[in-house]
Design a protein around this ligand. Structure first.
Ligand SMILES: [Zn+2]
Length: 297
């Protein structure tokens, strides 16, 4: 299995094991999370080779691909997702200052976000690595998603906004997406990245059972400082940070399920509430954050 003996973000050799996490969704395998003592970056170590990664998404519970709404957890997820689509669109409109824009969504799953954007009469392209998800988006939503290699042929300075909603942490080669994003964004274009945040109350509370570690599907685990560092390397400047308010509840409830707690939804609701209250006093402790970067030069 591939792995790192130094930090892939800052190059420091001073790394330690933070937790051993179990893939409770698909394989049951254990993966170590490495913590860089220099820059605080956390990454999944001894991760599966890229050619085998698709197997770790083969689960009916993997809702962003299968789009199922069976089960209480998935039903709640779908209600929350509808609410969040509207909230995400409002954020884009406000932060870009544009009344109409061209958007590229990277990691579109079954195309729910690109579809929503198009219904608002904005232009939107979507990229998705999973052929299964692309086929589903076409047959169910009549939306043609592009494979990842399509990004190489996109015209320079042609897009106003690029979005990655909880997808960057899955990419084997995030630097390639930053490079492409810098090329195809217009001058002053926006790069919008949503990520779980391991500085949150819920991450500290659930430790190795925190659902947003999601190993080995999540390869990289950012906090507000490490994403800032990575984006800066690729000539993006942080403009603002926003909260994704529902994620604390969803992640906490899933973490309670991992703990085999009784009443996971209720306990998750309480933990989500505490996490949300703490984040009101310190945004950098929010369970999930959206970072708005401007293309710099
Ligand atoms: Zn580091």
């Amino acid at each position: 299995m591939p792995g790192y003996n130094k930090c892939p973000l800052c190059g420091s050799g001073s790394i330690t094991v933070l937790y051993e996490c179990t893939d409770s969704l698909v394989s049951g395998e254990k993966f170590p999370l490495s913590l860089c003592k220099s820059c605080s970056f956390v990454f999944t170590n001894n991760y599966p080779p890229e050619k085998d990664s698709g197997g770790y998404y083969q689960s009916d519970d993997y809702i962003s691909h299968s789009d199922t709404s069976a089960g209480m957890m998935n039903k709640l997820y779908h209600i929350a997702r509808s609410w969040m689509l509207a909230a995400k669109f409002r954020m884009l409109r406000k932060e870009s200052g544009l009344k109409s824009a061209s958007v590229l969504d990277i990691g579109s799953g079954t195309a729910s976000f690109p579809l929503y954007i198009r219904k608002k009469n904005w232009k939107c392209l979507g990229i998705e690595i999973s052929r299964e998800a692309r086929d589903y988006a076409l047959s169910k939503n009549q939306f043609t998603l592009l494979p990842p290699e399509a990004i190489d042929d996109m015209e320079a300075e042609s897009i106003d906004i690029i979005t990655m909603w909880h997808t960057l942490e899955h990419f084997y080669h995030p630097e390639e997406y930053f490079y492409a994003a810098h090329k195809i964004l217009k001058k002053n274009g926006l790069l919008v990245i949503a990520l779980p945040n391991h500085w949150s109350y819920d991450a500290k509370k659930y430790r190795d059972l925190w659902a947003a570690w999601d190993v080995p599907r999540h390869l990289w685990h950012f906090n507000p400082e490490t994403i800032h560092l990575l984006a800066g390397k690729h000539r993006f400047k942080l403009r603002t940070i926003k909260r994704l308010p529902l994620d604390a509840f969803y992640v906490s409830a899933l973490s309670e399920k991992h703990k085999n707690s009784c009443l996971p939804l209720f306990r998750g609701l309480i933990a989500g509430l505490i996490s949300s209250l703490i984040s009101l006093f310190n945004i950098k402790k929010t369970s999930s954050l959206v970072y708005f970067f401007r293309k710099d030069q």
